[in-house]
Each structure stands twice: as structure tokens, then as C-alpha cells.
Design a protein around this ligand. Sequence first.
Ligand SMILES: [Zn+2]
Length: 265
Amino acid sequence: MLIDTHAHLNFEAYNEDRGEVIERCLDYPMTVINIGAQYDTSKKAVELSENGNFYNTIGLHPIHVFDEEFNIQKYQKLITNKTVAIGETGLDYFHLKEKEKSLSEIIEKQKQIFIKHIELAKDNDLPLICHGRNSGNDFTLQTVYFDLLKILEQNNYSRGVMHCFGGKIAEAQSVIDAGMYIGFTGIITFPNAQGLRDVVAEMPLDRILIETDAPYLAPQKYRGERNEPIYVIQVAEKIAEIKNMKVEEVIEQVWKNAKKLFKIK
Ligand SMILES: [Zn+2]
């Protein structure tokens, strides 16, 4: 079964035609995990799980840690039998938008909230959807994957996926060594992403997940447009091309991986 392990059909980008987008997923048919990024979008992701093969995750994205309080009890109450992970959560050194706050203050807050997500994941025996992004220009903020792995290790919990991976081979290898999965998006179809395709080539298929991160990151064929879950096939095709395999084999192995990590039946 084709699966998009990371989509945001819960976001307002789909307010006009969400029903049609959902219909295209159900018709295919494919499985979709909608990812919460704030309380409201987590709630919406839970609601969307009423559709057939739809699942949800709940969490507060690191870029939103100053927009609302992370109330662990409130989030706990959202969890249903179709909640398959906690997140997205993690560290984001790219969107440091709180100009009135110091860098260390922002990062410390992201770290605290990430640790609370780890607690919530432990309490519910669920994996984590980890988000990591390095700074675009500050050379001192280029270690996000190692920083995330360090926090996970300190908290004795490394079950989950490093979603939308954008790092180097050494970082990807550390993610694998920690026992985690690596999520690849349509970025691997971009002409300038050879470095990331080299990472795909090196990583074992039984630890790879495919995702769209829709509405963002539409694959090359649809670049600039709004992304949607069925385009995840482009990610599977690119992985198949890189690994010299049949696309069906990639789709089946990723489905096995997702079932194992997210305990989907
Ligand atoms: Zn996302």
C-alpha cells in the first residue's frame, strides 16, 4: 500500500477543497498520516482520521513554541486509537523569528518542549516525528541532527523518524545507528539535491520512509504548486531510480517500515 507518512491536510491550504484532496487519496487507495503542528492543527488531524486509511499525530512544531503553551494534558486528551506518533517536534535553527529573544533563549525553549514531547511519547508508547533544520547562514548552528540525537539519547528514547531529512551521510548514519527511520520528501527530485540523493543511495531501504510534507515541497514535476499526498509516488519513483529497483518494491518495503514503526494494522 502506498503511504504518505507526513502530510498536513489539516492545514488551511486545503480549506477550499479538502474533500476533493481526501477523495483522491481514498480512490487511489493510499494511507496518509496527517501531522499536527499546533493544538488546533493536531485536533484537526485527529478529526481527519475518521477517513478510511488516515492516521494522525499530535504535537507542537518547534517554530510555534512561543505561539502557544504546550499543555501536555490537553494534548494527551487528543490521542485516539488512530494517533500513531507524537510530533512534529524537535529543533529548528532556520526559523528563529522571535527577534526580541536571544538565540539561546529560543533554542532552550525548543529543547524543553521537545523533551515534553518525548515524555508524552513514552507515556503512550508511541514513536516521535522529529523535525530538524539547520540555520541557512549561521555556521555555528549546523548541528541540528546531532543535537536532536543527543537529547533523545539523554532521555533514553530514540523511537521515531527524522522527517524531511536534509543532512549529510554522516548525520543520516547516526540517525540509523540510533535505531531511527529517515523520511525523504520531494526534495530528492530537485535538480540541485544530488547530495541528498547520495544519502538515499547509502541508506538501507528498510529504514526509509517516504513523505510529501504537503502542502509544502511539491516534487520537481509540480514544483511551486501546492503539494498533496498522491504526489508521494514521485518520491518512491526517485528512490527506486537511485537504488535501481522497481517502484513497487520501494512502495512495499516503505509500507512494511511504516507498519512496523507506527504499528498500523
Ligand atoms: Zn511537516
